[in-house]
Design a protein around this ligand. Structure first.
Ligand code: MN3
Length: 208
């Protein structure tokens, strides 16, 4: 069992490094308040129910339902494990500099015909739910599939797929700068995608 470090990851760039697409104020709030909130609630819930950090691995999701605890604790663990994992990955799915490399561009074109058509499909999944959610690109049987999941859920909770890319479509991810203009946020976020990380994940990289 590979245990996951029970800590917040540092932002791999400065708070203003993704300007003008993601502004400094949003980055500060998102990281310090929201990410911290998921992390601390998860850690506190573990303490309250007496689960040690050494028992936390990627399969922990699947075991939550079998734990001998109250249902409200199960939901609390899922929400905050999800929030913590999703955001830990999200910070690394953005970069001030990474570009789509030739190798992964070919893989995208194989599945979606062109980078533009992939972008349109991914962004329409990211636009298309009610409430708060995430949109995902996953690797399933050597192919690329787009999903979205509500709340802080993610594909790991239901399927054993390699998650390659995800975008936070909660209002807190864009409201300070974009207000209700979710589509503008998503189109600008597109310019921040860390394709290098996406390609590493496609190639089997596991980790934070
Ligand atoms: Mn968020």
């Amino acid at each position: 069992m590979t245990t996951l470090p029970l800590k917040m990851i540092d932002l791999p760039y400065d708070r203003d490094a993704l300007e003008p697409h993601i502004d400094r104020a949003t980055m500060c709030y998102h990281y310090k308040n929201h990410y911290w909130g998921y992390y601390s609630k998860f850690v506190n819930a573990l303490k309250e129910i007496g689960i040690g950090a050494s028992e936390i691995d990627l399969e922990f999701f699947y075991r939550i339902d079998d734990l001998d605890i109250e249902d409200s604790y199960k939901q609390l663990l899922k929400n905050n494990w999800g929030g913590r994992w999703n955001h830990s990955m999200f910070w690394q799915w953005m970069s001030p500099s990474a570009k789509l490399g030739t190798a992964f561009k070919k893989i995208l074109e194989n599945e979606f015909w062109s980078e533009e058509s992939f972008r349109d499909k991914f962004l329409s999944a990211a636009m298309g739910r009610f409430g708060s959610w995430w949109a995902w690109l996953v690797k399933k049987d050597e192919r690329l599939v787009i999903y979205s999941t509500p709340n802080q859920d993610n594909p790991l909770m239901r399927w054993d797929f390699q998650v390659l890319l995800g975008v936070d479509v909660w209002e807190h991810a864009y409201y300070l700068k974009y207000q209700f203009r979710r589509d503008e946020y998503l189109r600008n976020w597109w310019n921040t995608i860390n394709w290098e990380r996406v390609e590493q994940l496609w190639n089997g990289y596991e980790g934070f």
